[in-house]
Design a protein around this ligand. Structure first.
Ligand code: CDP
Length: 202
């Protein structure tokens, strides 16, 4: 059985948490596609060519412990605008999406480009302030010394760049269900996503 759930949305909207919990609930595999771009961006900070970095990504790159920093996030967003970089990462994502047993993929272009035929598409959003507050807590919990303004700046810059690029820009698929998590607790957002997915499973 293949069953694909595509979860897209702007930076730090709660896609990761919702995807993880939904995948655990249904026993599906989960791929955080942002990690592929973060790992590629991370390698360019060491001087590797972006396209070369994307084409030769290995498990070691994906396991690096500094992929969550705003510096790496910015590098990810820059390399993500390069069509050849995106192309190098397509096959892996599509193979993951169609593995048997069900898959949840979260990113920016899953419902629009990677899996246009996904059975369920969610577009998760939240206000800028809520997103920055959530991300600030995540980062400070991990020991990063960063201000609310710096986090907010990172999110806004990336959203602007991710939305403006020509190839696979950040946008909701026409048939995506919009999930605004600004006023929802994590649990409520996850419950709502589970409800929507359950309805589609028929
Ligand atoms: O966790 P957060 O929402 O902050 O970011 P992420 O999902 O880890 O993605 C980091 C960056 O990778 C984004 O700002 C995008 O530029 C890029 N990305 C993308 O272009 N396409 C995807 N499917 C996933 C991420």
């Amino acid at each position: 059985m293949t069953f694909t759930v595509a979860i897209d949305g702007p930076a730090a909207a709660g896609k990761g948490t919702i995807s993880r919990e939904v995948a655990a609930h249904f026993g599906y595999a989960h791929l955080d596609t942002g990690l592929l771009y973060r790992a590629t961006g991370r390698r360019t900070l060491d001087g590797t060519d972006p396209v070369e970095a994307a084409r030769t990504l290995g498990p070691g790159d994906l396991g690096a412990d500094d992929l969550r920093t705003p510096e790496v996030a910015q590098a990810a967003s820059r390399v993500a605008a390069i069509p050849e970089v995106r192309e190098a990462l397509v096959d892996f994502q599509r193979a993951f999406a169609t593995r048997s047993g069900g898959a949840v993929l979260d990113g920016r272009d899953i419902g629009t480009v990677i899996c246009p035929d996904a059975q369920v598409k969610l577009f998760v959003t939240a206000s800028d302030d809520i997103r920055a507050t959530r991300r600030l807590i995540e980062l400070t919990d991990k020991g990063h010394d960063i201000s609310f303004e710096q986090v907010l700046d990172d999110l806004r810059q990336r959203d602007a760049r991710d939305s403006a690029r020509t190839t696979a820009p950040l946008k909701a698929a026409e048939d995506a269900v919009l999930l605004d998590t600004s006023e929802l607790s994590i649990k409520d957002a996850v419950d709502l996503a589970i409800e929507i997915i359950s309805e589609r499973q028929g």
